[in-house]
Design a protein around this ligand. Sequence first.
Ligand SMILES: NC(=O)c1ccc[n+]([C@@H]2O[C@H](COP(=O)([O-])OP(=O)(O)OC[C@H]3O[C@@H](n4cnc5c(N)ncnc54)[C@H](OP(=O)(O)O)[C@@H]3O)[C@@H](O)[C@H]2O)c1
Length: 244
Amino acid sequence: MEQKVVILTGASRGIGHATVKRFNAAGWRVITVSRHAFASECPWLSGKVDHVQFDLSDPQTLSAGIEEIRSRLKGGKLHALINNAGISPKNEEGGRLGVLGTDYADWVSVFNVNLFSTALLARHLFDELRAAGGVVINITSIAGSRVHPFAGAAYAASKAALATLTREMAAEFGQYGVRVNAISPGEIATAILSPGTDEIVDHDIPMNRLGRPEEVAETIYFLCTDAASYVNGAEIHVNGGQHV
Ligand SMILES: NC(=O)c1ccc[n+]([C@@H]2O[C@H](COP(=O)([O-])OP(=O)(O)OC[C@H]3O[C@@H](n4cnc5c(N)ncnc54)[C@H](OP(=O)(O)O)[C@@H]3O)[C@@H](O)[C@H]2O)c1
């Protein structure tokens, strides 16, 4: 039986950590990307060997990193690319960065990580995705469709653009048998959350609780299986009803 291959950015913690565990449990080969070395708190078989360390915010390391990934695929198939890494910078007090508080360098790094790297990874790994009839999953956010009390302006704008990019890629890649979808999480119990999220849970989430990273991972996994073979260009909300 052919072993399927997934590449996931930002696997060291949070949603990415839960997702690589899910794919590994299903027997996939998992190749991960993040700035730091393989996280020993997030171990799985071959995890260390298949970790590629580079910074998605730096165009030069991104190019070299993509080459390294391609060399590991050896011209073979890529069944899923999951663009999960994301950054949401805060001000010195840990508060939201609005337009007035965001400098050019922050706009550039947020867009490099949250948006541009996703397009470039898909572009340069397209042959391998096409060979597999693969899937691209972009992780957007509820902050991309409404003003959020903690997510900043650059983060929200990057996630709105990522939803648009998902549609663009779905329209362009569909004819080659490559599906592209987005998952839009709400408030998921990870390090990215800010103090004060409890109030959102009480007032804005019909299910009155945070989501678990594993609940996001299951939806990502579903989209990468044949059970979702006709799902293309969708953005699925995983937020306990926060968007309604
Ligand atoms: N948690 C939520 O409630 C929530 C809600 C909506 C959307 N999301 C989205 O879901 C995704 C995952 O969120 P999370 O909460 O699990 O995030 P997280 O806990 O902050 O983890 C982010 C991951 O991205 C990696 N990363 C960050 N900057 C990077 C860079 N420049 N280059 C390469 N890797 C980088 C980090 O590893 P290193 O530090 O080693 O680089 C880490 O593995 C993000 O796109 C986020 O915007 C999350």
